[in-house]
Design a protein around this ligand. Structure first.
Ligand SMILES: Nc1nc2c(ncn2[C@@H]2O[C@H](COP(=O)(O)OP(=O)(O)OP(=O)(O)O)[C@@H](O)[C@H]2O)c(=O)[nH]1
Ligand SMILES: [Mg+2]
Length: 726
């Protein structure tokens, strides 16, 4: 069965939906019947298998699905089918006992964490899936923390309970040791492995309890205690012996999960289905509906934060959290609606963009398939097609939502088209990739004029190249990783440059006098450009991307104002191409304080050249150096490998920040390491630990490169300064 909708199949879906009168989702559900939950966790925990099963067992999809034979509903992408793991997040929906579930299946590989983080914006809750056979793994803790940052309520799903050699007590104590005693089972398994046959509810333990792996009555008290701790008054009454009513428990359970006082645990097997319906009922009971998880946003023209209530009659407020470019349905922009109504032929206004966007069609998504709808409301997750202007992070309506905190991609490769003449095709394809994947970026290397692509890891870039090849018929040739060094200065310096050229006709004359200062990151343009420092300050120009500031304090018209834009241009070009080794310049302030011009022979070109050369010459006398990206590396390994790991890290100029238990035998070691030293870390870690370790990399900051290393880099990158004169 094809996974994407062909034109014919799309028509069929539309007819079916209309026949059932389902095309208006708002007419069918109230907001409080919706549960939006992201399924996250370590790779292979069984997230996709769980979500596929939700769709088949509730009848939302009427075919069998399996990751292992490439028929998964959520892993529908060609690359996912080939690799048998999730690369892109999928959004699906189904109904269960009167509740509307919208589930986000996310990748467990840290290489694709951008997809996970993007989808959290659409969720109100996170289910952290743990593989019962493997226990807590490195990405388990990472996603647990990400949920905290986004303010999502958390539940834990321990999956694969049908597997061999499961140590129930160890799993439970490891979870509680790492995430706290707030983690309490909502159901207790009866038997494990092949004998995992049932679960017993701990909120209302009843029936035959023989074979339960832990006493459900005992867990019941711990559960009630965690629930009542969400309300001080109820807690006091409880301690005095008063049992809270069922309604009270129901209300407080969601509160407790939202506050993190309770993290319910469910034991299931996605393969056999044991514990499945109990888990779904538990999710209905514990997870916040959209009205219980209002998002914060700023009104367009003010910086006051307000809470956006999930009100169907309120103003429209939504945010784009994902873009996917599908060869059949073209470009899809996925949005979470927080308030108001969106209709299929609406003109959307976008915050910060005067031009609105006309919706071509509004869709509900079921992983790779789309179902047209007329209207959607708060809590709904919908997609629109062909809206080129609707990019990730954009806020729709009058409220501005905070940008999604995507990690910065740090692993770079110099890239060029495999076939000459493919440049234009490749450029279009890479633009598409960057729109879909907020952890992919490309830049032109100012030194070599080569294109450099950046991703989260080697694996991430490999998968993206596969997609380019399959979808866009564009092949890339890549070369050794490029490190995005930056150039800067360490002391103040000053000087001037006179550009004078007599070539036939009119001469060219421009003279620029400058002072140069290190401009520390902690300073802002306002704090640095004071009258004390620059007594005749007239104007400041700040470039936040490079943390570059230049100050115009020229007096008496020594340089006429109409040449200032040319000076600005000269500085900016130099910033991009660097001075000592061809890297971008940052953390620098220049004061232009004097100059000379000629009424006939001065030109913009002459002043641009003079500015660029003055920059270059003075920079060279200001103790120039290189900055390198430092990353925070978190490595999780079996405890007995800690020694080998830390000595390997110190060999890479790394600095260990700390160690902590990551549950059970696992230890996590956090270190700061120069990016240049970790481009091949995946391979080394695998050989040290025999494949038992995993790691995450996150950009931390730029720091000064040690002197001997600077020399090496500068030598290697000696460029011919073609345009230098005289
Ligand atoms: N025995 C058993 N195997 C399971 C169960 N759930 C999943 N699996 C198997 O575990 C493997 C990984 O399952 P996935 O559903 O792809 O895991 P995932 O968490 O989505 O993995 P990523 O997409 O890489 O993050 C597959 O071979 C599944 O068949 C389960 O409950 N029991
Ligand atoms: Mg998956």
């Amino acid at each position: 069965m094809p996974n994407r909708l062909s034109g014919e199949k799309r028509q069929k879906v539309r007819r079916v939906e209309n026949a059932q009168g389902k095309h208006n989702i708002m007419a069918k559900y109230t907001v409080d019947a919706i549960r939006n939950i992201a399924f996250c966790g370590h790779k292979s925990a069984g997230k996709t298998t769980l979500v596929d099963r939700m769709l088949t067992s509730t009848g939302a999809v009427s075919r069998l699905a399996s990751v292992d034979d490439g028929t998964s509903i959520c892993d529908f992408d060609e690359e996912e089918k080939t690799h048998r793991y999730t690369i892109e997040s999928s959004i699906v929906h189904f109904d269960f006992e009167g509740t509307r579930f919208q589930i986000l299946d996310t990748p467990g590989y840290p290489d694709f964490i951008g997809q996970t983080i993007g989808t959290l914006r659409a969720a109100d809750n996170m289910a952290i899936v743990i593989n019962a056979q493997a226990g807590i793994e490195v990405n388990t803790r990472r996603v647990f923390n990400e949920a905290g940052k986004e303010g999502l309520g958390r539940v834990i799903v321990v999956n694969r309970m049908d597997g061999d050699n499961i140590e129930f007590d160890t799993i439970l104590s490891n979870i509680q040791e790492l995430f706290g005693s707030c983690c309490v089972p909502m159901n207790v398994p009866v038997g494990s492995g092949q004998d995992f046959k049932a679960v017993i509810n701990t909120l209302k333990p009843e029936g035959d309890m023989t074979g339960a792996l832990i006493d459900p009555e005992e867990i019941h008290s711990a559960l009630i205690e965690a629930i009542v701790s969400a309300d001080d008054e109820v807690m006091m009454q409880y301690l005095e012996g008063e049992v809270p009513s069922e309604d009270e428990i129901k209300r407080l359970m969601v509160e407790a999960v939202k506050k993190g006082d309770l993290v319910p645990i469910f034991f299931v097997s996605a393969k056999t289905g044991v514990g499945f319906d109990e888990m779904l009922r538990g999710l209905v009971a514990c997870c916040a509906n959209p009205t219980q998880h209002p998002m914060k946003a700023e009104k367009e023209d003010s910086d006051e934060m307000v809470e956006i209530a999930a009100n169907p009659n309120g103003p429209l407020a939504a945010q784009v959290f994902k873009v996917r470019i599908d060869p059949f349905v073209q470009r899809l922009s996925y949005m979470r609606i927080f308030s108001g109504k969106m209709t299929k032929d609406m003109n959307l206004s976008i915050v910060g963009n005067r031009k609105g966007v006309k919706i071509a069609q509004l869709y509900l998504v079921q992983a790779g398939e789309t179902v047209p709808v007329d209207e959607a409301g708060p809590g709904d997750i919908v997609a629109v097609t062909k809206c080129e202007d609707l990019g990730v992070n954009m806020s729709i309506g009058e409220y501005r939502f905070a940008p999604i905190p995507f990690p910065t991609p740090m692993v770079g490769l110099a890239a060029s088209p495999k076939t000459r003449g493919d440049e234009a095709k490749l450029s279009t394809a890479l633009t598409k990739l960057a729109q879909e994947d907020s952890t992919f970026r490309r830049e032109l290397d100012p030194q070599t004029k080569e294109m450099v692509i950046y991703g989260m890891s080697e694996l991430h870039l490999t998968v993206l190249r596969e997609r380019l090849k399959r979808r866009d018929k564009a092949e890339l040739e890549t070369r050794e990783p490029k490190i995005p060094y930056r150039e800067t200065i360490q002391i103040n310096a000053e000087g001037m440059y006179r550009h004078r050229k007599q070539s036939g006709g009119r001469g060219q004359f421009g003279e620029v006098h400058i002072r140069m200062f290190p401009f520390p990151l902690e300073e802002t343009a306002e704090s640095f450009a004071t009258k004390d420092r620059f007594p005749s300050l007239k104007e400041t120009h700040y470039d936040p991307d490079n943390h570059f500031l230049w100050v115009d304090s020229v007096v008496g018209g020594a340089i006429p104002g109409n040449f200032m834009p040319a000076i600005d241009k000269g500085f900016r070009e130099r910033l991009e191409r660097g001075v000592i080794a061809g890297y971008k310049v940052q953390n620098l302030c220049i004061e232009v304080h004097f100059g000379k011009y000629h009424p006939v022979d001065s030109s913009e070109q002459a002043f641009k050249m003079a500015a660029s050369m003055a920059f270059r010459n003075v920079f060279q006398t200001a103790k120039p150096t290189l900055l390198e990206p430092i990353v925070k590396l978190e490595v999780t390994v079996p405890g007995d490998k800690l020694g080998d790991i830390s000595s390997d890290l110190s060999g890479r100029r790394g600095r260990v920040l700390g160690m902590a238990s990551a549950g059970g035998e696992l230890q996590t070691i956090a270190a700061e390491v120069p990016l240049a030293e970790v481009s091949t870390y995946a391979r080394s870690l695998a050989s040290i630990t025999g494949g038992q370790g995993s790691y995450t990399i996150e950009f931390s900051r730029y720091d000064v490169v040690p002197g001997n290393v600077v020399k090496e880099i500068v030598e290697k990158s000696k460029v011919e300064e073609e345009e230098e004169e005289e």
